[in-house]
Design a protein around this ligand. Structure first.
Ligand code: PMP
Length: 434
């Protein structure tokens, strides 16, 4: 089947796929217009089925740290494909990628799965199995994938559609999740004071990036570590988005954690698969050995540790040295500075939240900033659609929601960033006029 326009491709997709998309964040629901169907990608650029080229500021929602179709990754993947797509047995690549992860962050055991959703879902089960407790605490606006217990007040596409949760989640599942405002120490303290003995874990994004970026207040993550430990609960540290992307050591590498403490269960995804489906949970030997086959907490996967995905992850993480993170940071800084000057020139009230190489913009928030989900939802959301459309028309592919972070790669060179900077003033004026 060949389709020649985005509209035709989208119309055809809607006949066989609900909403024409396999992940709601790809729909243009909040920005309007026709979702673009991409045909190919290289470096910092995407090309759609009509042949239009875009500077990509989504980077597959994180994985493409080195840029699209990096030759080293492609070569490794080709070699793996030549050896076989899937064996349903262990492969040495799993050990190699686990070692690469453990060389960056203090974990002793890594269990690979295929998606971030599986990683966090398994992390909850593991925390419950280890502690013998039921309740999970999550923060409003954080997104941890789409397993039942984690959809309450979730960020990402759930925030974009302004849903309180999801139909199809039973009251029983929802009742075991306690939702607390992010950055609110007193609220979390009150929950632990009342229910501390029943709380298995607190799950948090290392830096929330799914309600836009929200920076943890100074010392907030250390506070989460301290209060969970004091009450015998585990701290589940979701680095699916930030892991090996926000910095070389992820969100954990920000705000001084390396000298201090470690969480109990880590979740990774995105970058560790280099664009192929791979994710993981990780932690100490003591905790992770509760998983089957050593322990009683069951978890499995037909394609877990897939050899092609492992090859992409090894090549991506293996090649992501200091110079890569420096290049990504440089591109991110140039972009952020360009946004600030274009918004200022257009008289557009805004704030920018950062997490290492990641950042996001919020409209009408300069006075109080964005510290939690209510702040994020309270912004002038309506300004994003005209901004997004103007950028798209000028050949820049932004996340189709204001509640998402912007991603760049090491392939975003001066030419690519220059194209974005050229597009910003008109888009900023369109947002200001909304
Ligand atoms: N956790 C976080 C922090 C995420 O950002 C995401 C996806 N954006 C997930 C979990 C879920 O990952 P996946 O989409 O691979 O299931």
């Amino acid at each position: 089947m060949t389709t020649t326009t985005n509209a035709a491709a989208f119309a055809a997709a809607q006949q066989v796929i609900p909403g024409g998309v396999d992940s709601p964040v790809r729909a243009f629901g909040s920005v309007g217009g026709t979702p673009r169907f991409m045909a190919s990608a290289r470096g910092a650029y995407l090309t759609d089925v009509e042949g239009a080229e875009y500077v990509d500021l989504v980077c597959s929602w994180g994985p493409m740290l080195l840029g699209h179709n990096d030759p080293r990754v492609v070569e490794a993947v080709h070699a793996a494909v030549d050896r076989g797509l899937s064996f349903g047995t262990s492969v040495e690549g799993e050990t190699e990628l686990a070692r690469l992860i453990a060389s960056r962050v203090p974990v002793e055991r890594v269990r690979f799965v295929s998606t971030g959703t599986e990683a966090t879902m398994t992390a909850l089960r593991l925390a419950r199995g280890v502690t013998g407790r039921n309740l999970i605490v999550k923060f409003a606006g954080c997104y941890h994938g789409h397993s039942d217990g984690l959809l309450a007040a979730a960020g990402s596409g759930v925030a974009t559609q302004a849903l309180p949760g999801s139909a199809g989640v039973t009251e029983a599942a929802a009742s075991e999740t306690i939702v607390v405002d992010y950055n609110d120490r007193a609220a979390l303290g009150a929950v632990f004071a009342e229910k501390g003995e029943r709380i298995a874990a607190v799950i948090t994004e290392a830096v929330p990036c799914n309600m836009g970026v929200v920076e943890p207040a100074e010392g907030y993550n250390a506070f989460l570590r301290e209060i969970t430990r004091r009450h015998g609960a585990l701290l589940i540290w979701d680095e699916v988005l930030t892991g090996f992307r926000a910095t070389a050591t992820g969100g954990w590498g920000l705000s001084g954690q390396p000298e201090g403490w470690t969480p109990d269960i880590w979740c990774f995804g995105k970058v560790i698969g280099g664009g192929m489906p791979a994710a993981a949970l990780a932690g100490s030997e003591e905790i992770m050995n509760h998983l089957a086959p050593l322990g009683p907490v069951y978890q499995a996967g037909t394609l877990s540790g897939n050899p092609v995905a492992m090859a992409a992850g090894i090549a991506t993480l293996g090649d992501a040295d200091e110079s890569v993170y420096a290049a990504v940071q440089r591109a991110s800084d140039a972009l952020r500075e360009g946004v600030v000057s274009a918004f200022d020139a257009a008289g557009l009230d805004h704030s920018i939240q950062r997490a290492g190489t990641l950042f996001s913009v919020a409209f009408g928030t300069s006075e109080r900033g964005v510290h939690d989900y209510a702040d994020a939802q309270g912004q002038e959301v309506f300004r994003y659609a005209p901004f997004f459309q103007s950028m798209l028309e000028q050949g820049v592919y932004l996340p189709p929601s204001v509640f998402e972070a912007w991603f760049v790669s090491a392939a975003h060179d001066d030419a690519a960033i220059g194209r974005v900077l050229d597009a910003l003033p008109a888009a900023a004026r369109a947002a200001a006029a909304a």
